[in-house]
Structure formats: C-alpha cells, structure tokens
Write a protein that binds this ligand. Sequence first.
Ligand code: PMP
Length: 420
Amino acid sequence: MATLTQVRETTRFLETGSRSRKLAAEAAQVMPEGITRETIRRQPYAPAMASAHGSVLVDLDGDERTDLLFNHTALIHGHGYSTVVQVVARQSRQLEAAPFPNEHETVLARLLAPRVPVDDPLFRFTSSGSEAVMLALRLATAATGRRKIVVFEHCYHGAFVAASQADAPPPDYLLCPFNAPDLLRHLFHHHGPRIAAVLADLCPVRGALSPATTAFAEQIRDGCARYGALLIADEVVPSRAAPGGMAAAYGLGPDIVCLGKYIGGGLPIGAVAMRRDLGTCFAPGHKPRLGHGGTFNGNPLSMTAGTAALTGFGADRAASLDAATTAVREELNGLFARRDADWSVRRAGSLFHFWPHRNLPASPGQARHHVTSAVLADLSGFLLRHGVVIAPSGFGCLATVTTPADLDYLVAAVDAYLTR
Ligand code: PMP
C-alpha cells in the first residue's frame, strides 16, 4: 500500500510571493470574488493554472498535480489529446465560425443520435450545458402550452435562469424532494394538467451521485405519461455513467435529453436531443414559437473537437474506464475500512464522489448539510496541497489518460489525509 512519504506537497501557490497569490489579488480588482464561475471557488484562493498535458495540471508557480476533475468532466481524453488538438488546428485554419450552416454539426448530431434513448432524435446545439437545459425547458413550455416545470430539490442544472422570450412563456418551477415518489405523486395529483415537464438528473452529483430509486424513476415516468408532461433527462454529467445515459439505464423514454461537457471534446458545447415531432416548435408558424439563437451554436471548432473525442470514446473505452473507477473505489473503501475511517466513495460510470460518512446519502437534500460540505472541502483542500485535483465538493472523474500511477497516488494522498 502507498505510504505518506510518497506524497509530495504542492503548496507554492500559498507562499507570500507566489504568482497565484498575486494573480488572485489582481483578479479581485476586475471580477467579483476574483473568479468568473462560482464552481471554482477555493479557500483562501485557488492556484492559477498555466499549462497541462495528459492527466497533469501545472500551476503558475510550477507545481504539478494529478487531475481527477478534467474541467468538471469535459475532458474525457485529458489535456492536449492529440486528435482533438489536430482537428481544432486544422479547422481553425479552414473555418472558425460563420453565421451559416456547416457540415460538422450534422456529423456530430449523427454521432450523438445512437447515444441517447430517443428514437430518431433531432438536435439543437448550444454553447453550454446550462443553455441546453434552458432551451429544453422553453421547448417543453412551447410544446405543451403549460408553464410548470417539476425540479428536484438541491439538484444542479447549471446557470439555470429561465430565459424568458416574449412569445414563449418563462417556466414556473415546482420543487419536489429527490427520491420521494409519494410526494411526486401528490404533486402530479395537484398540478398535473399544468405541468409542462419534469427535469431530472437521475444520478445528481450534489447527492454524491445518489441514484434514483426504481420507485422514484417509475413515478417520474408514470406521472409524465398520465398527465401528458414531458420528461427532460439532464444528462450533461451522467450521460457517461451508463451506455445511452442514466435515463436509458432506468428504461425511461425521455422526450428531451440535455447533453454537454465531454461531447465537445473539451471545447464549449451543449446539446438538446428531442423527439422528432417536438422539432416543429422551432418552425416560424408554430404558436407559441420557440426562437433559439446563439452566436456560437454549432461552431465548427466545438463540432469537430466533439466528433474527434466521441469517435475515440466507444463502448469498450467507456467500459474499461468504468472498470478502473470501480477498482479505485474498492481500493479507497478498503483503505477507509483498514483505517477505521468514517468515509466512503460512490461511483457512477467513470464519475466518483467522496463522502465523509459510512452511509451514502439517498438524495441531494441529505447531502447539503454544511458540516458535510466543510469536511469535503477540507479533504479536497488537502489533496490540492498534495498534488491531486478533485472538486471542493468531493467529486471527481477519470479520463482515458488516467494511469494506474495516478490512481495509486490518489489513494496515497487520501491515506496521508486520514493519518495527518
Ligand atoms: N446539468 C448538470 C447536471 C450539470 O452538472 C451542469 C454543470 N456541471 C450543467 C447542467 C451545466 O453545464 P455547463 O456548466 O456546461 O453550463
């Protein structure tokens, strides 16, 4: 087993004269809190990154860390994946962007079609997962003429601001606890005919990857079917947790699927896959009409990068990544048992989540306790200072470039945390 002595410190960013510290102070002069996305906030400040290769991130002060977050799962092949680098270089010389169709969006849509559990789907591309979710909600309101959207408490769906457009009404949210089928049935009973859609991530990161129970998934399906509401599967993160995504794993037939992250090969992207008949909502004559613009939608760089990444991530590759994630979860849980530590790890596909208790949470609601968040931030902060990057929430993932040595190092660093 790996020992404490093998774990190195990566704390140069915290030194008084460090470049990261200087940059954090300068950034605070031009951006609120010195950051431009909430999800990267770290205490007292984060090391700024200078470069990366494979599974290694190098900060401005020269410290190297093993990346086990990969820009929140977007870099499925790690940093500087040569095929993506080549196609992006070639494409940027040929056509960066133009307000016209390009052949690459059709190629990527065709590649994605068999990866979603919607028959013969149509696609719209966006620049992020957040926009994909917003578009899906507006599509549901436009298609049903209803405004209410069921969302599950504490689930994260990105920036999640209802885009209101004069001719398609903004959604109106109904909150329901996750994994509470009886409450969901009640909600349908009271509001059913006014519900446009249920927006569900069946394995929310905020619940430490808490899987939907079968009863809950069935209630989502049955409620939607009974009251004519659409089912929107948010697969922006969990699509890699099972072939066809989590909705497919539960045997649900979503009407709309939101995708993002790794489908852009590391470049900005989001996508909405929809039942073919829903595509009519975008037609000029449809009432209410669904307008959907976006300067960077379907841009050739993201489309070609996504095509290269997905072509290199077939079922075999996904399966071996899942197997490696299972193995490291077993190793970590074995370590916790040996150290008699109140910790556990859960995994879904190649995603993993630490949890500072033996019993894993059944819902994001259960996972929201501030003491739990503080302990997870403490673990991720320790790992950051000892050469490993995971999210402050305790979430991480593997990429195809992750090596056995990377995972041994993770286990050693966690062991160092437990015995510090
Ligand atoms: N849905 C889920 C489930 C997410 O986790 C996220 C972001 N992590 C989003 C949507 C939004 O994606 P993006 O950050 O690309 O806007």
